[in-house]
Design a protein around this ligand. Structure first.
Ligand SMILES: Nc1ncnc2c1ncn2[C@@H]1O[C@H](COP(=O)(O)OP(=O)(O)OP(=O)(O)O)[C@@H](O)[C@H]1O
Length: 329
């Protein structure tokens, strides 16, 4: 069952005399009880999309179209005034950087009370603390954490506290924006286990997990969406996407993290030649065409359609034409 549907999200930043077209007709579906991973290079619009999806759009961002259907409601993403009642309760953000996400001058218990009071102004402090202690325990944190200031906690504990606070109001949809990027490998693993547990225990109904780390997503996510220059270019079940990416950008992205280092058991980061397009001017065709070894004339002239085949879809003229060839045969 679909928990949340994002459709037709288009947004830009005002950049000096022009516009920076950060998101262009982005659409995503999150199934109930599932984790959707979103992956892409730095600057492709992941955090911008996370800010809109979690109903906390970046202040200078102008959303020109977009709807989020979640929990039986259709949210008009161009109208931030309508977002407040849903923020934190229906949709919540698990932000980047656990240390910066916590006010250093307040104890964890006080931060938790503020969050719960935002959803229920009459909640008593004792009730807030009781509920928070239970959530901390579920995340294997001792009750003493309630009295601690953020700087008194280790990095891994802080990340778990941020996770506890973000999910305190049992949001239906949790948007996790690179929450693991600053963590060491063992803290990263704990976080991944924790997020899986939050979904399987029903404390959150679904997660959108944003990262540039495909290897991490291949373990965590049920489905993966690949973003390039403000567009989703491919979406598929995680296993299918990792085993047989269809869009040339997905292929290049996967190759860039999965190239074995000669003579070692490690894996080398291989760059993708060229650089992402300048999004200050509208671009008619496929945004990856200038870097794509398979590009045809059509690719630079016309935006490729989104081709849905079974549980996966991609937006590439090569896929569209081979599908037409199959249909014609
Ligand atoms: N306030 C802003 N004004 C103008 N442009 C911005 C602003 N914030 C972000 N951008 C641009 O929008 C694009 C998308 O940025 P965003 O932070 O969403 O990318 P990202 O995929 O999350 O990158 P990273 O992985 O590095 O966090 C980038 O090219 C960025 O330079």
């Amino acid at each position: 069952m679909t928990l949340a549907s994002l459709t037709n999200l288009t947004a830009h930043y005002d950049a000096g005399e022009g516009r920076f077209h950060a998101l262009d007709d982005v659409g995503l579906d999150v199934e109930s009880g599932r984790i959707l991973g979103v992956v892409g290079e730095s600057g492709c619009g992941k955090s911008t999309m996370a800010s809109v999806l979690s109903l906390n759009p970046a202040p200078s961002l102008r959303v020109t179209s977009g709807t989020l259907a979640v929990g039986g409601k259709d949210v008009d993403l161009t109208d931030p005034a309508s977002h407040r009642p849903l923020r934190g309760g229906t949709v919540a953000l698990l932000p980047q950087g656990a240390l910066n996400a916590l006010n250093p001058t307040r104890r964890v218990g006080a931060l938790a009370h503020d969050i719960l009071a935002a959803g229920d102004r009459r909640i008593k402090r004792s009730e807030s603390l009781r509920r928070t202690a239970a959530r901390l325990e579920a995340l294997e944190l001792p009750p003493r954490v309630l009295r601690a200031y953020p700087h008194q906690l280790s990095g891994g504990m802080r990340q778990r506290v941020v996770t506890a606070l973000a999910t305190l109001r049992n949001p239906r949809l949790l948007v996790a924006d690179e929450p693991s990027s600053a963590l060491d490998v063992s803290s990263q693993r704990l976080l991944v286990d924790l997020l899986r547990r939050l979904v399987s225990d029903g404390l959150v109904e679904g997660i959108v997990f944003i990262t540039h780390d495909v290897a991490l997503l291949s373990e965590l996510a049920d489905r993966i969406a690949v973003m390039y220059a403000g567009r989703v270019v491919e979406e598929a079940p995680a296993r299918d996407l990792v085993a047989s990416p269809r869009h040339p950008y997905s292929q290049a992205l996967l190759a860039s993290v999965l190239v074995p280092e000669p003579g070692t058991r490690g894996r080398r980061l291989a760059g993708i030649p060229g650089s992402p397009p300048d999004l200050r001017a509208p671009i008619a065709g496929c945004l990856f065409a200038p870097r794509c070894e398979h590009a045809m004339d059509k690719c630079t002239a016309e935006r490729p359609p989104r081709l849905v085949t079974g549980p996966r879809d991609d937006s590439c003229w090569r896929s569209a034409e081979s599908e037409e060839a199959v249909d014609a045969a």
